[in-house]
Design a protein around this ligand. Structure first.
Ligand code: FES
Length: 183
């Protein structure tokens, strides 16, 4: 992170955390989408906002590791990425719930009936996309195509991509989370 100090020369000091290696799983299809976006723009710093949108849409939030990774790839200071993420309302740094269910709302997943899942979350848990239960146990988010269309309908359960699941599977997973939280 770039830190401007109160020194007579107005030196800009690069913080060591800019150099930290971010924990990114490059085999994750979502990161492949992010990398494709940056590559398409030749890793230009101008790709920053679009890249952040892809991360937000694919993961549901943009954490510090993601910010560091993008900063390194696009050769911009982490402080700049952090500033953009925290300035725009469309970006969030983390899900607020203890557990996060992200539902892909891309075309292939829609065709496979993910609208029933959106409806289930509304009826059963009173959650619209990007909302968290009042006890902070469960965040429900949506993402655009996460690059796993062959597994449609796809959801991401606490960061893990799973596919070909129905409403009953979703229900079982949520109950497991909520019951475990109550123990
Ligand atoms: S549309 Fe859902 S993974 Fe592609």
């Amino acid at each position: 992170m770039t830190v401007v100090t109160d020194n007579p020369k107005n030196e800009v000091i690069e913080c060591a955390c800019d150099q930290q290696k971010p924990a990114i799983d490059l085999q994750d299809r979502r990161w492949k989408l992010v990398n494709l976006t940056m590559k398409k723009h030749n890793y230009s710093p101008k790709a920053l906002i679009e890249t952040l949108h892809v991360i937000q849409d694919s993961f549901g939030y943009i954490d510090m590791d993601a910010m560091r990774y993008v900063a390194q790839q696009l050769r911009v200071p982490v402080s700049k990425v952090f500033g953009v993420v925290t300035f725009y309302h469309g970006f969030t740094c983390k899900p607020t719930g203890e557990h996060t269910l992200i539902l892909c709302t891309g075309t292939a997943c829609y065709v496979k009936g993910n609208d029933k899942m959106v409806e289930y979350m509304k009826q059963k848990h009173n959650l619209d996309p990007n909302q968290t239960t009042s006890d902070n146990k469960l965040s429900f988010m949506t993402a655009r195509c996460v690059g796993a269309c062959g597994l449609a309908p796809v959801m991401i359960l606490d960061g893990q991509i799973v596919g070909k699941l129905g409403v009953e599977d979703m229900q079982a997973k949520i109950e497991e989370w909520l019951n475990h939280a109550n123990q």
